[in-house]
Design a protein around this ligand. Sequence first.
Ligand code: AMP
Ligand code: ZN
Length: 133
Amino acid sequence: MENCIFCKIANGEIPSGTIEETDLFRVVLDVAPATRGHALILPKAHYANLYELPEEMAGEAMKLAKRIALRMKERLGCDGVNLIQNNEEAAGQTVFHFHIHLIPRYKEDGQKIGWKPGEPTSQELDAIKTLLT
Ligand code: AMP
Ligand code: ZN
């Protein structure tokens, strides 16, 4: 897709800190990392988000995420890893080419990735369950 920076990075048209490349994906270091080693899994083909990503690609992306997470544990000595994947502006997506963030976590890294826990009533939970089942 024209003018998509992640298409260009994933296909090697723009140099990047590549840490892994497969037929379908490139894994690169984030230029503005949340923590040391923050990486992005990018499909080489353009899909705007998870909704557009073919199921088989979603499976391959998760297998790749597992491999890189284990590598981060082994080689960076991180204490944990967050996988984050944002879809649409309301969810914090800023680059509209599907990607998975792999964020190594270190005790005392000072980052906060989370949410304020809600307090739904059991009726509200039941109603949502009905909608989503
Ligand atoms: P999101 O907010 O989920 O769309 O994440 C976009 C991510 O892409 C952010 O963490 C940015 O720091 C990162 N990013 C933007 N441009 C580049 C680039 N040229 N190379 C590597 N990472 C980038
Ligand atoms: Zn793209």
